[in-house]
Ligand binder design. Structure first.
Ligand code: RIB
Length: 343
């Protein structure tokens, strides 16, 4: 691949002159510039990303690392990131860590070598040291959705505790008198906050016991298995708050499979607000996070840092809202056994 020296030799100028033409800084007369550009074309010269970066030009690339792209929550989050990045002429490199610390670290190393301009990360495993090294390398970081304590960068997330309180309050309001919780993994910050908020809301009731809490792993299969265990230990539950919508989908599937009527016998409320919850029968009531807006805001914050317009670290906690559907509408008449229906 042709280098800047090959271009200088062919054009009969110095490397410094070629660099000035490349980076559009400093004086070059029109004839010389034309000769240099012609030489670049003849040699199919691509200015190295490093050369551009060393010249202090931002390379207009940011990176987004997500923990599980098979969960519809994350593509919606990525949509917000990508749209705002494009508005500011930034490209986005996407990495999927599968919640694996080793894979996440490998992505961060590769992206650092590609000299990205900034990083947005959704992680419950990234280490403080890793973030510090990135920031020392002048690569700002924004934590999205899943921060951990003690970090020294900006954070964008939803009000998880408030959302969990909203879910439990709604289940009480529709007549539930014994409410269980299918939680996400407790090493994931938002899942833990929702679990604590649920427990604070119900632990004072005489019917409460720890057997009303089962871990559903934040996925459909886990939600279904957790629902089965809950019914084995508490046959008289009449409401379930699932810590995300995929687990609520799994719980619904299990109940319908067992011939249990939703919501007449057991009402279900999820968390996230992914589109799938509109298409089940009954539709699933959920606590909707501003998913797209979270991704969009994280990107605005990061680009301001990349462009030197923002230096302090801030925490942005966005409001959530209850979306009521028939999985908690006690007056709802079950429409046959199908769990899925077209809109
Ligand atoms: O469904 C995925 C979950 O992981 C969401 O609740 C989101 O908050 C993320 O942490």
């Amino acid at each position: 691949m042709a280098t800047i020296r090959d271009v200088a030799k062919l054009a009969g100028v110095s490397v410094a002159t070629v660099s000035r033409v490349l980076n559009q800084n400093g004086y070059v007369n029109k004839e010389t510039e034309k000769t240099v550009l012609q030489s670049m074309k003849e040699l199919s010269f691509e200015p190295s990303q490093i050369a551009r970066r060393l010249a202090g030009k931002t390379m207009k690339t940011l990176s987004l690392i997500l923990p599980d792209i098979s969960n519809p929550f994350f593509p919606e989050l990525a949509r917000g990131v990508e749209d705002i990045a494009q508005q500011h002429q930034f490209n986005v490199f996407l990495g999927n860590s599968d919640n694996l610390e080793k894979k996440e670290k490998s992505y961060i190393e590769v992206m650092q070598k590609k000299s990205i301009d900034g990083l947005i990360i959704v992680s419950n495993t990234v280490e403080e040291e890793t973030i510090r090294k990135l920031q020392n390398a002048k690569i700002p970081v924004v934590l999205l959705d899943r921060p951990f304590t003690g970090n020294n960068c900006s954070i964008v997330r939803a009000r998880n505790s408030e959302g969990a309180q909203l879910a439990v309050k709604h289940l009480f309001e529709v007549g539930c008198r014994k409410i269980a919780h299918i939680s996400g993994p407790d090493n994931i910050n938002p899942a833990y906050e929702r679990l604590i908020a649920y427990t604070d809301m119900v632990s004072g009731h005489d019917w409460f016991s720890e057997s009303l809490i089962e871990d559903g792993g934040f996925d459909i299969k886990g939600g279904r298995e957790a629902m089965k265990r809950l019914l084995q230990s508490n046959a008289d539950i009449d409401g379930v708050f699932a810590g995300n919508d995929l687990m609520a989908l799994g719980a619904l599937k299990e109940l319908l499979q067992m011939g249990i009527k939703v919501p007449e016998q057991i009402a279900i409320c999820g968390f996230d607000g992914i589109q799938l919850t509109e298409y089940t029968e009954p539709g699933i009531t959920t606590i909707a996070q501003p998913i797209y807006e979270m991704g969009a805001l994280a990107t605005e914050v990061l680009i301001k840092k990349i462009q030197g317009e923002e230096h302090e670290n801030k925490i942005f906690e966005l409001p959530v809202k209850l979306i009521q559907r028939n999985s908690t509408n006690k007056n709802h008449v079950q429409m046959g056994g199908l769990a899925w229906r077209k809109k």
